[in-house]
Design a protein around this ligand. Sequence first.
Ligand code: TMP
Length: 211
Amino acid sequence: MSRAAGRFITLEGGEGAGKSTQIARLKEFLEKRGRAVVTTREPGGAPGAEMVRKLLVEGPAERWDGVTEALLHFAARREHLRSTVWPALKRGDWVVSDRFADSTMAYQGYGHGIDRALLDKLYGIAVGDFRPDLTLILDLPIEAGLARASARRGNETRYESLPLEFHERVRRGFLDIAAAEPDRCAVIDATSDVDAVASAIGNAVVQRLQV
Ligand code: TMP
């Protein structure tokens, strides 16, 4: 698709990194600077993709193997892009998404050990050459994140129920992705208080996207 003036920003990180709070703060920050902002999430962010989300985040951990999970995440992602993200960017809106394809590389790739080449291939099929303009990776020790996440969960416990080693691999995955693509990715220390994290995010957005 041809890129309008809108920008696509993704927030990534492990469980309980504080993404939802920070997305609300970032929306406010961008709106104060005159941008129209759409906030969204993955898996989900469009009616069909939300249906797929339920399949992914509920039920026992062994419900799907890693390949099936990757296929479901990319199916939901394509629907999300087609119904929500691409139309918003075409209008010139800024889109801020709670997770995107780096989550598939971190969770299904590093976490479940699915081959990178397979995930890259699925990316090409489902997404093409579209990429986020900026990815903010909220990093914190996994014990702290899991404690936060389990305090607020309803039925969506499937990923949290995976072992600590899984979540350690996911964290390392996000940090590897950031190191490999420093122009696109900024790592944000998510152990600080909400205001400090919001200000680090604001600085990264201003520096990298000249908002
Ligand atoms: P959330 O808790 O941030 O809403 O995300 C739901 C879960 O889905 C979370 O545990 C991470 C997981 N997930 C993947 O495993 N692969 C993906 O591609 C995405 C987008 C999320």
